[in-house]
Design a protein around this ligand. Structure first.
Ligand code: UDP
Length: 316
C-alpha cells in the first residue's frame, strides 16, 4: 500500500510543489483547497492521475477524507500580505479553525502532521538573524496581525495536540520563498517586480527600499519540508535562505536580469508593520535535517523569470 498524504492548500504555490514531490516518490496525494488564493492551473497536470485526488473544500469546516492517511501537511492559508489584507477574517479562520480541523484529521487517522508556519511569527524582529528561540515582535492589532497571530495560534494548537494527544507533529517556519506557480498578481515583491519589469513599467519600491528579505528558491524549501516530515522533531524549524538582500538591490537585480531597462520608483507607501529586516538562522535545520539551500539567487531568479515571462505573455 502506498503512503497517503493530505495536503491542505495543495493548489497553492508551495502546496502544489509538495503535491508533485510526494507523487514523485510514490505517495497517493489528497489535495484539499477552496481555491480562494490557490489555482487549479497549479495542479492541472496531476488531475488525471489515479494516485491524485482533489477535494474542493474550505478546511475551516469539518474535513472528511475516506480511507487511511499517513501524513497531513497543513498549507492552506492566504500567505501574501496583499491576500491576507484582502481576506483578514478568512486568514484568521484558516490558521485557527482550519488548523484545528487539520489536526483533528491527523489525530483521527493516527497520521503524522506538519504545519506550514512562517517567519511572520517573528514580526518586525528585534533579533537579527532570527533563530527559533526568538519569541518575536508582533503587533496583534496591526494589519499584519491577522496572519501573524493566526500562525502563532496555529503553532500553539499544534504543540497542544502533540503534548496532550501525542500526535506526531512538526512546525516549519518558512521564510520568503519564490519560484514557478506564484500568482502573478499575488502582490508579493517578486511577482510585482517581474511583472512590472517585463511590461516595462516602473518597479514599485515601498519605502526607501532599505528593508531586507532573504529569498529561498522553492525546490530548496520543498526539500527542507520533505526532510522535516521524516524526522520526529517537534519544535519549530526555520526553513529559508540566509542570503539577505535589500529590496532596492533586488529591484536592480530584476531590472538587469530582465534586460528591459525598466525604471525603479522608490517611496511608494510602506505597508503598515512591514518588517525592516528578515533573515533566518538555519543552524537548527542544518543540525536536524542536514539541510541547507543549494540554489543560488541568480539561478533561482532565472528559472522564475522564464515562468513569469510565460505568465505575462498570457495577459497580453
Ligand atoms: N515590496 C516592495 N514593492 C512591491 C511589493 C513589495 O517594495 O511592489 C516590499 C515590501 O514592502 C516588503 C518586501 O518588499 O518590504 C517583501 O514584501 P512581500 O510582499 O513580498 O512579503 P513580506 O516579506 O513583506 O511578507
Amino acid at each position: 500500500m502506498p503512503e497517503r498524504v493530505v495536503i491542505t492548500g495543495g493548489a497553492g504555490f508551495i502546496g502544489s510543489h509538495l503535491c508533485a514531490r510526494f507523487l514523485n516518490v510514490g505517495y497517493e496525494v489528497v489535495c484539499i483547497d477552496n481555491l480562494s488564493t490557490g489555482s487549479k492551473d497549479n495542479i492541472a497536470s496531476f488531475l488525471d492521475r489515479p494516485d491524485f485526488f482533489f477535494i474542493k473544500h474550505d478546511v475551516t469546516e469539518y474535513i472528511y477524507v475516506d480511507g487511511p492517511v499517513d501524513l497531513v501537511l497543513h498549507f492552506a492559508s492566504p500567505a501574501s500580505p496583499a491576500d491576507y489584507l484582502d481576506l483578514p477574517i478568512q486568514t484568521l479562520k484558516v490558521g485557527s479553525l482550519g488548523t484545528h480541523k487539520a489536526m483533528g484529521l491527523a489525530k483521527a487517522k493516527s497520521a503524522r502532521f506538519l504545519l506550514a508556519s512562517t517567519s511572520e511569527i517573528y514580526g518586525n524582529p528585534l533579533q537579527h538573524p532570527q533563530s527559533e528561540e526568538y519569541f518575536g515582535n508582533v503587533n496583534p492589532v496591526g494589519l499584519r496581525g491577522v496572519y501573524d497571530e493566526s500562525k502563532r495560534f496555529a503553532e500553539a494548537m499544534v504543540m497542544a495536540y502533540h503534548r496532550n494527544h501525542g500526535v506526531s507533529t512538526r512546525i516549519a517556519r518558512i521564510f520568503n520563498t519564490y519560484g514557478p506557480n506564484m500568482r502573478l498578481d499575488d502582490g508579493r515583491v517578486l511577482p510585482n517586480f517581474f511583472s512590472q519589469a517585463l511590461q516595462k513599467k516602473a518597479l514599485t519600491i515601498y519605502g526607501d527600499g532599505s528593508q531586507t528579505r532573504s529569498f529561498c528558491f522553492i525546490s530548496d524549501i520543498v526539500e527542507g519540508i520533505f526532510r522535516l516530515c521524516r524526522t520526529e522533531y517537534h519544535d519549530p524549524v526555520n526553513l529559508g535562505n540566509p542570503e539577505e538582500i535589500s529590496i532596492k538591490d533586488l529591484a536592480e537585480m530584476i531590472v538587469n536580469l530582465t534586460g528591459t531597462g525598466a525604471e525603479i520608483a522608490i517611496n511608494h507607501p510602506l505597508p503598515d508593520g512591514d518588517p525592516q529586516v528578515r533573515k533566518p538562522d538555519i543552524s537548527r535545520a542544518m543540525d536536524v535535517l542536514g539541510w541547507k539551500p543549494v540554489v543560488g539567487r541568480e539561478d533561482g531568479l532565472k528559472i522564475t523569470l522564464d515562468y513569469f515571462k510565460k505568465k505575462v505573455s498570457e495577459i497580453h
